[in-house]
Design a protein around this ligand. Structure first.
Ligand SMILES: NC(=O)C1=CN([C@@H]2O[C@H](COP(=O)(O)OP(=O)(O)OC[C@H]3O[C@@H](n4cnc5c(N)ncnc54)[C@H](OP(=O)(O)O)[C@@H]3O)[C@@H](O)[C@H]2O)[C@@H](O)CC1
Ligand SMILES: [K+]
Length: 476
């Protein structure tokens, strides 16, 4: 069993692929073996995360997730814990593996209690796993509420009950720990998944991982970019931050500052409205220029940060000529609003220069012509669709940012936290992607590395010190 940490990449498997792997593994093993291993792993983890727990509530549901709970309950009781087991469902209708585990509990003298205990030290949430197919209702919804209102540690078996394993959506149990079994599920790491899963653990149940069958990846740390001693500012590329319409100059300055601090060779700030000295005070390295006068073919451009409606005017040339391009915020909104710009973006992608879109969910919804809720209902699919629609890399921001591109498996970024939910951090991200493109990274790697570093900076932010976008840019 391993704790899932951000220091390496992890393959992720959606429900369809997990079911295939489960079927094949089960066929190669004696009956009930996988569930026995799942139950033992669950019981062991419960003991590890709450060694002094006395009362353990094992909340079992009507399917095989409940079966894992029965197996765990039998072990915990044998190890001297006071186990209260509840079963939401009809024991006569349990699937075969779970029915076998249920009989084992009964043989050990462990009967189902009609009610959860009045209080408990640990709850093992084995109500629903990957078989969760609809919104929680009735008894299961009630039990999830009871779990969430209760004290102490909650160990979710496979996924927090109610959470969709593929998308991380749905009202669900709020676990302090989740033990993902056989495969790691993408929904644990995006949308509501990160808030609902707590610390994620993985047990392969003795079935070796088949990375080639992964449906997505949880990204690992980017390689440390080596800067050769015999290099110069030209080695790290030129970035231009284009944006900052009237009243929004700060957004473009933040993108430029991020590119500068991330190591770009030279950084131009191209405001779309006159800018005073104040916004760039403390950043004498920036060169303020009109974008129209710059050799766009040599520039890695972060475009759109605070661009207002003015950005529309410069977009056709930038789409046509920029060496590499990060499109953010108002640039994305302008493209969403205008078919000619969409055409220009597709033409650019066909020609091949690197392009990365960095939408938040609302911007992605505008580009896809759907609602934000529809984007969030399946973030992996939304990012992939957007990438396919425009033929480029997409970094869909939000909890568990998704990086997708046509023909590649999507990646979920494992770093970051809610301290990033403050104005300007998106501009910083756009500038960082542009700096990595300028240094020569391919667009998928640049987007994934930028998301990772941006989140990691927030994860290592000193306690008690405010995380502002300006400070974040300087910390890169
Ligand atoms: N088989 C094995 O060897 C192994 C299996 N493993 C474990 O099995 C888990 C998958 O088991 P599973 O396929 O039985 O699905 P599970 O999540 O228990 O739920 C199905 C039941 O819930 C019901 N139901 C669904 N949604 C509902 C809702 N919203 N509200 C209410 N009810 C709802 C659904 O009802 P139905 O839709 O059929 O009417 C059905 O009765 C997996 O996550 C892992 O923990 C591991 O041990 C590895 C070895
Ligand atoms: K569960």
């Amino acid at each position: 069993m391993l704790q899932v940490t951000a220091d390496r990449p992890w393959p992720l498997f959606d429900v369809a692929r997990t079911r295939e792997i489960e079927r094949e593994a089960a066929a190669a093993l004696p009956s009930h073996t996988l569930m026995q291993r799942a139950g033992l792993a669950t019981a062991r983890l419960a003991l590890a995360v709450a060694p002094h727990a006395n009362t353990v509530w094992v909340a079992c549901g009507p399917g095989n997730n409940g079966g894992d709970g029965f197996e765990a309950a039998a072990h915990l009781r044998q190890w001297g814990k006071s186990v209260v087991l509840t079963l939401a469902g009809d024991p006569a209708r349990l699937p075969p593996d779970a029915a076998a585990a249920w009989r084992k509990c009964q043989a050990a003298g462990l009967a189902a209690s009609a009610e959860p205990p009045a209080t408990w030290d640990v709850c093992i949430d084995a109500l629903l796993g990957i078989g969760n197919v609809r919104a929680l209702q009735g008894e299961l919804a009630q039990l999830v509420q009871t779990i969430n209102a209760g004290p102490g540690t909650v160990l979710a078996v496979d996924v927090p009950s109610g959470l969709a394993a593929d998308s991380g959506t749905g009202e669900s149990a709020r676990a302090t720990h989740t033990l993902s079994l056989l495969t790691l599920k993408p929904g644990l790491f995006t949308a509501s998944g990160r808030d609902r899963s707590g610390r994620v653990w993985f047990d392969d149940l003795g079935v070796p991982s088949q990375d080639e069958r992964a449906s997505a990846w949880l990204a690992g740390p980017p390689p440390v970019a080596e800067r050769l001693h015999a290099s110069h500012k030209g080695s790290y590329g030129d970035v231009a931050a284009v944006g900052g319409a009237a009243g929004m100059s700060g957004a473009a300055v933040l993108a430029a500052s991020a590119a500068l601090h991330a190591g770009a060779g030279r950084v131009y700030l191209c405001p779309l409205a006159p800018i005073g000295a104040a916004p760039i005070a403390g950043l004498p390295e920036l060169m303020v220029r009109d974008v129209a006068g710059l050799p766009l073919e040599t520039l890695n451009i972060a475009c759109g940060c605070g661009g207002g409606s003015e950005v529309r005017g410069v977009l056709p040339e930038i789409l046509r000529r920029a060496k590499s391009l990060v499109l953010d915020a108002d640039a994305l909104n302008a493209i969403a609003a205008e078919p000619a710009l969409q055409h220009g973006l597709r033409r650019r992608s066909e020609r091949g220069p690197p392009t990365v879109l960095t939408p938040h969910p609302l911007e992605a919804a505008r580009l896809l012509g759907c609602t934000t809720a529809e984007v969030q209902a399946d973030r992996l699919r939304s990012a992939t669709s957007l990438g396919e629609r425009f033929g480029c890399v997409v970094l869909l921001k939000g909890s568990g940012s998704v990086i997708a591109a046509p023909g590649q498996l999507p990646r979920i970024n494992p770093t970051g936290n809610a301290r990033l939910a403050t104005g300007g951090t998106g501009d910083v991200l756009a500038g960082l992607v542009a700096a990595l493109l300028a240094a020569g990274a391919d667009p998928m790697s640049a987007a994934a590395a930028a998301a990772y570093r941006h989140g990691s900076a927030a994860d290592h932010w000193p306690e008690g010190s405010a995380l502002t976008a300006g400070a974040l840019a300087r910390a890169l």
